[in-house]
Design a protein around this ligand. Structure first.
Ligand SMILES: *Cc1c(COP(=O)(O)O)cnc(C)c1O
Length: 402
């Protein structure tokens, strides 16, 4: 198979992101297809026994088994890495497979992790339940507070783990400071960049070592498949991540990878338009609800930091109603256009009540410390006309007395 671009990172890495998004990681077969081929195959065949032996010995490039490599998956990995400004990337079955792999591949019994307390529910389960069970201690902190990161460092701290913006409180982490601090102490920084993606924010530009993704969200962007990705240096991916991934098998299916590949081509257009729409809807809601958590609005306490790290605010924000869970659920039930759904990054507008869904598995006490209030709703703004969304929210707010 002819790798029209894959072989030459010297050229593709100089392309601007919009070009990388549609042409990076394209390996054309002898058929010259325009759209990248979907290789739904688990195994490979060889012309002779020496070829397969050479591939297993690492002396010859080529596919051997789809848990180790697959052309469709490899194409997407190349595209994601280019867009991220990373040397290498490996796709995973889901975002949680990506987070689990990114952490477990480098941690051992006796290590310590500092993690942001505001995080996706399953990420909190990793740091609160799974890691401690395996003798890895964790400290969760208010990640907005630079001093808290410094104070939490122990001699055995191996990893800093955070999201920015965080799900669902929209906490922003000062990446230049936190990644710099980590570097000083030989700590590896793992950033969950699901809310922004590389088109809105590139954590490695601020010193992050590893960027992990739920590709289910904005990368697919149309609510079709589960997928994940981990980006890092070539050395880290080869020496640290791959031994874990190849032997434990959290791989992304070629079909899901192919869907994400197509999603990447329109990622920037969608992320920018959805951010614009989210700003318009946020400005409307700001006058109507008691509390907004929207990094694109000047009222967000970390607005300036967010905008210094992000190209646009992203499609997701949260707001809090005074009437607790009852009023929040009534508002959800009154929506006619916006769907009740706990997914995000979709081209459709979706709204959910985090305390009873995405953060149900986090204890009520921890939710309170994290700031996941009972009256909080999180909304993903899609590609609809924002005026239709505003009108829908307006009628729903009136039904709940706001
Ligand atoms: C959704 C999400 C995940 C998990 O991704 P899946 O693809 O659902 O496994 C992890 N982190 C963040 C911030 C998310 O929003």
């Amino acid at each position: 198979m002819k790798k029209t671009t894959g072989l030459n990172r010297e050229i593709t890495s100089k392309w601007r992101p919009a070009t990388q998004a549609v042409r990076g990681g394209t390996w054309r077969s002898e058929h010259g297809e325009t759209s990248e081929a979907l290789f739904l195959t688990s195994g490979y065949t060889y012309d002779d026994a020496e070829t397969v032996a050479a591939r297993f010995a690492g002396e010859q490039q080529g596919m051997t088994y789809s848990r180790l490599q697959n052309p469709t998956v490899a194409m997407v990995e190349e595209r994601i890495a280019l867009m991220e400004g990373a040397e290498a990337c490996r796709m995973q079955a889901t975002g949680m497979a990506a987070m689990t792999t990114a952490l477990l591949c480098q941690l051992s019994q006796g290590d310590h992790v500092v993690a942001a307390r505001a995080a996706f529910g399953s990420c909190r389960w990793l740091t609160d339940s799974l890691l401690p069970r395996w003798g890895i201690t964790t400290t969760t902190i208010d990640a907005r507070d630079n001093d808290a990161w410094k104070a939490a460092i122990q001699p055995n701290t191996k990893v800093f783990f955070f999201e920015t913006p965080a799900n669902p409180t929209m906490d922003i982490v000062d990446m230049a400071y936190v990644c710099g601090l980590a570097k000083e102490h030989g700590i590896t920084t793992v950033v969950d960049n699901a809310f922004a993606t590389s088109v809105l924010q590139r954590p490695m530009d601020f010193g992050a070592d590893v960027v992990a993704y739920s590709a289910t969200k904005l990368m697919d962007g149309q609510g079709r498949v589960l997928a994940g990705a981990v980006c890092g240096s070539e050395k880290w991916i080869n020496d640290v991540l791959l031994p874990f991934q190849r032997n434990t098998g959290p791989n992304c299916s070629p079909f899901n990878a192919w869907v994400v590949h197509k999603g990447l081509e329109t990622l920037e257009l969608r992320a920018m338009r959805q951010s614009e729409n989210a700003l318009a809807v946020g400005k409307f809601l700001e006058g109507r609800v008691p509390k907004m958590l929207h990094p694109g609005l000047a009222s967000h306490p970390q607005h300036n930091l967010a905008m210094s790290q992000m190209k646009a605010c992203g499609p997701i924000f949260s707001f809090v109603l005074d009437g607790g869970r009852k009023q929040a659920m009534s508002l959800l039930n009154a929506l006619e256009l916006v769907d009740i759904s706990n997914n995000i990054g979709d081209s459709r507008s979706l709204c959910c009540h985090p305390a009873s869904t995405t953060h149900y598995s986090v204890s009520a006490e921890q939710r309170e410390i994290m700031g996941v209030e009972e009256g909080m709703l999180r909304i993903n703004i899609g590609l609809e006309d924002p005026q239709d969304l505003i009108e829908d929210l307006d009628q729903a707010l009136r039904k709940v007395g706001l």
